[in-house]
Design a protein. Structure first.
Length: 215
């Protein structure tokens, strides 16, 4: 799986496209229970990453994660900027000296998600992007233990991410701006959970196409 950094430009482009396509819907979600800037925040980060396309694709995954994390930290803003920055910087630290395979990635991703939990002082069930990231990390560890084949893992990640995003609809927000609205947050999907699901699905799509492409 050493091809991952080489795939970063296509992944970033796929993320830019999917966020653009869903911008109105996500903005409406963030306007309902937040301040409506979430897409704008994310797009600043995506634009900054787009500008680093070529450079990122030449790095190894430790250096690429580090650079992505620093870039997101400084460009995204909002709660999501420091959370995604923390995610990628921790992925970079955890990936040091590690081979890239499903087992190591499940462990590395779990460390990243744990760091996001600490940074946001949040847990599962609080109506945030963690309600997508935590189930995906849990699934990755199960898939690694059971040695599930990669195409199936990718399909299941997308399914788990969508289910996690959907699960935020009926939750009560207890973290971030949405928590000010208390009971009125029920019935709305969390914007951060939605974009995190969209971005994960975009990455999965690029990887699935790569796996099925003729060599
Ligand atoms: P802000 O809330 O500062 O305007 P954004 O709009 O960019 O930042 O991001 C909002 C998203 O960030 C929320 O939808 C939620 O998913 C996530 N979020 C906010 N606070 C936390 C937290 N403490 N822990 C985890 N995720 C959070
Ligand atoms: Mg916001």
């Amino acid at each position: 799986m050493t091809f991952i950094p080489a795939l970063l430009p296509s992944m970033i482009e796929a993320i830019a496209n999917i966020i653009e396509k869903n911008a109105e819907e996500v903005t409406a979600l963030d306007q309902a229970i937040g301040d409506g800037d979430h897409v704008f925040n994310l797009q600043r980060g995506i634009d900054a990453l787009m500008a680093q396309h070529d450079e990122l694709s030449r790095l190894d995954w430790v250096a690429a994660f580090q650079k992505i994390g620093m870039t997101l930290m400084s460009s995204v803003g909002g709660a999501s900027g420091s959370l995604y920055g923390t995610l990628f910087i921790t992925l970079s630290k955890a990936a040091r000296e590690q081979p890239l395979n499903l087992q190591s990635f499940a462990d590395i991703f779990t460390q990243g998600v744990d760091a996001v939990k600490r940074r946001g002082k949040a847990e599962a069930g609080e109506k945030t992007l963690l309600d997508v990231l935590i189930p995906v990390a849990d699934y990755l560890r199960t898939a690694a233990t059971d040695s599930v084949a990669l195409p199936e893992v990718l399909e299941n990640i997308a399914r788990v991410a969508v289910a996690g995003m959907e699960s935020t609809r009926d939750m009560l927000a207890t973290k971030g701006r949405a928590s000010y609205m208390q009971e009125r947050t029920r019935g709305h999907i969390d914007a951060g959970a939605k974009t995190s699901q969209l971005m994960i699905c975009a990455i999965v799509d690029v990887l699935s196409k790569k796996l099925t492409a003729p060599a």
